[in-house]
Design a binder for this molecule. Structure first.
Ligand SMILES: N[C@@H](CCC(=O)N[C@@H](CS)C(=O)NCC(=O)O)C(=O)O
Length: 214
């Protein structure tokens, strides 16, 4: 398998964690987003949306959308499971993952930030306020759900990592990078620390990637 990705991309990091938890080997193919390599061949020929991550399977199929890629890995390599065995649990885990992947992440994507600055002429300060606003608002909703639900355990759902943790942890890296306030998130940060104690999370973090730069 080949994973087209970028060290700082949180959607890519989700897939790197899933591959690591499932013990799957892959070739790391860097796509430098700041140099706009996602908009040029060969990557642009593979990805209509010009977004990483993209997973090329051993059979040569190209899969996009991190959550769809992770669900594909889950179905093809079910052990260890990243989704709970019960339907209610799966709905909760998917909802937590989507709270990050749909409600926070897209608003702060590189192309959105570029549009704010280059087309709408926002200052860097305003852009950073935008980023922090959506991270803090979105993570507050996640915190409330985690703190109030009996199924929250060592991780977002129980005592083993699930899709919800795979989505949450990369978002915290993003929050730290943009100096969003994390003090109001004790449950989120406790789970973040528990995840980072696992090699599958720490060894795939942005700074550990082959294309990492300062
Ligand atoms: N919903 C997509 C999001 C993918 C995405 O937004 N990727 C970002 C990096 S995290 C990207 O490639 N951005 C390139 C750009 O904005 O031009 C997924 O989960 O895979």
């Amino acid at each position: 398998m080949e994973l087209f990705n970028y060290f700082r991309s949180s959607a890519s990091y989700r897939v790197r964690i899933a591959l690591a938890l499932k013990g799957l080997d892959f070739e790391y193919v860097p796509v430098h987003l700041v140099r706009k390599e996602q908009q040029q061949p060969p990557f642009a020929d593979l990805s209509a949306a010009r977004l990483v991550p993209l997973l090329r399977t051993d059979e040569g199929d190209s899969l996009t959308q991190s959550l769809a890629i992770i669900e594909y890995l889950e179905e093809t390599h079910p052990t260890p499971p990243l989704l709970p065995a019960d339907a209610l649990g799966r709905a909760r885990v998917r909802a937590l993952a989507l709270d990050v992947a749909c409600e926070i992440h897209p608003l702060n994507n590189l192309r959105v930030l570029r549009f704010l600055v280059h087309d709408l002429k926002l200052s860097d300060d305003d852009k950073n306020r935008w980023i922090r606003h959506w991270i803090e608002t979105g993570l507050a909703a996640v915190e409330q759900q985690l703190a109030s639900h009996p199924a929250t355990g060592r991780f977002c759902h129980g005592d083993t990592p699930t899709l919800a943790d795979l989505t949450l942890v990369p978002q915290i890296f993003n929050a730290q990078r943009f100096e969003a306030r994390l003090e109001p998130l004790p449950t989120v940060m406790r789970i973040f620390e528990a995840c980072m104690a696992l090699p599958a999370f720490s060894q795939t973090q942005p700074s550990a990637c082959p294309d990492a730069t300062a």
